[in-house]
Write a protein that binds this ligand. Structure first.
Ligand SMILES: Cc1ncc(COP(=O)(O)O)c(C=O)c1O
Length: 417
């Protein structure tokens, strides 16, 4: 039986539930976990040790792009393990070059830096913005980020994260960040004006094209056009955090394609490795600034991780998965419309792009944790995005039938409330 507990060290409540036994005492207390161990995965499904089957609409939090135990990944990665697994970036790495070519051939970027996670990719982006600032002025450099954003748990990424609940207990954070309201250009303009008055230079903006963890909030087209314009006018970099939105999640390869503008650079992780650790910072001409010694990573871009990413990207193309994402997102949006009508007292609405969808709940009646637990009990995995948004981020391969099961299970949950 799953129950909600008061986790003694839980600050943010993203994963605030455990079953009848807590996390192993030999693990640091960084997660509240469900009391379950998955033993097997195939496609969009996971099995526990008793053989109970779960439909995975979390996919490692928007990570397992091709689902579990994908054949192409298994084949390519075992071949790679038999060939070469790791060499230092002191040498040429064929797989890394191929991956950088794939990414630059298929995006607005001209060069890539590889690391191991989303937070690391954003650390690289933040250093890059600082370096850009130091090249154009001696004034203090400021980086703008959005309220309710999420950029990761390392210190610079955390400092750029616009959610105070994640900062608590870790101050002082890195200085030089200012926050504006997401999708509100006036608040951006005000900060530019304030900074000009105090001789501070806005070196760049770091922003998600669709906020994920902050509550699944799609970027407004007009707002992003205005951001592009002001960054061009004021000579600031515009860098997108595509850690969650990138690699097909929104039905386009990159989230920025939904907005009709191009950033000066963007970061990737999550879906890029399909469950294997890889992150990337991609840059266009204006932001291609690092020189040897500026930044590095021991594991970043190793042959194994790059083979995983190349497999994911090639399979997305070969199987036309962007089209699947678009069709399945229409299906889920129509289904959620119906649920929102039927349970209008519980569901305030839904929002999202592609297979990054959020159901907005009426806090007076229920919350995202409770729905996540009910879903779990019914064999459906979903994940909260804040207190009252349930996030649905299944593998990009999800079928029509599987999406119907997601909707049916959600309907049963709301019916039972
Ligand atoms: C938009 C965004 N940026 C950065 C991160 C951090 O990525 P990682 O957990 O790989 O460090 C996340 C993780 O949820 C994210 O959603």
């Amino acid at each position: 039986m799953v129950k909600l507990v008061d986790a003694p060290h839980s600050k943010c409540g993203t994963f605030g539930y455990v079953g009848s036994s807590p996390t192993a005492p030999t693990l640091m207390n960084t997660y509240n976990r469900f009391n379950i161990t998955f033993k097997k995965g195939k496609g969009c499904w996971l099995w526990d040790k008793n053989g109970k089957k779960y439909l995975d609409a979390v996919s490692g939090i928007a990570t397992c792009s091709l689902g579990h135990s994908n054949g192409a990944l298994r084949r390519n990665l075992s071949k790679q393990l038999n060939k070469i697994q790791h060499v230092s970036n002191l040498y040429q790495i064929e797989e890394q070059t191929k991956l950088s070519e794939w990414l630059t051939d298929n995006s607005c970027a001209e060069a890539a830096f590889f690391c191991n996670s989303g937070a690391e990719a954003n650390e690289a982006a933040i250093k890059l913005i600082r370096k850009y600032g130091s090249k154009i002025t001696n004034n203090e450099s400021i980086i703008l980020a959005a309220e309710s954003s999420f950029h990761g748990r390392t210190f610079a990424a955390l400092s750029a994260t616009g959610q105070p609940k994640y900062h608590k207990g870790f101050e002082p954070l890195l200085s030089g960040f200012k926050f504006f309201k997401y999708n509100d250009f006036k608040s951006v303009k005000n900060i530019f004006e304030e900074c000009e008055k105090s001789n501070q230079n806005i070196a760049g903006i770091l922003i998600e094209p669709i906020q994920g963890e902050g509550g699944v909030i799609p970027g407004d087209k007009k707002f992003f056009h205005q951001l592009r314009e002001i960054c061009d006018q004021k000579n600031s970099l515009l860098i997108f955090d595509e850690v969650q939105s990138g690699v097909g999640r929104t039905g386009k390869l990159w989230g920025y394609e939904n907005l009709g503008i191009e950033p000066d650079g963007f970061t990737l992780a999550k879906g890029l490795g399909g469950g294997h650790a890889i992150g990337a910072l991609l840059v266009g001409k204006k932001a291609n600034l690092f020189i040897p010694g500026d930044h590095a990573s021991t594991f970043g871009g190793n042959p194994f991780a790059c083979t995983a990413a190349l497999t994911i990207l090639n399979e997305i193309k070969r199987r036309n998965l962007l089209n699947n994402v678009l069709i399945r997102s229409t299906q889920i949006e129509e289904g959620l419309d119906m649920l929102a009508k039927e349970y209008s007292d519980i569901i305030l609405g839904h929002r999202g792009i592609g297979l990054l969808q959020g159901i907005v709940l009426n806090k007076e009646i229920t919350d995202a944790k409770k729905i996540t637990i009910s879903a779990f009990e019914k064999g459906l995995l979903v994940v909260p995005a804040g207190i009252n948004v349930v996030r649905i981020v299944p593998p990009l391969i999800i079928s029509k039938n599987e999406m119907n099961i997601v909707l049916k299970k959600l309907s049963l949950i709301f019916k039972g409330l």
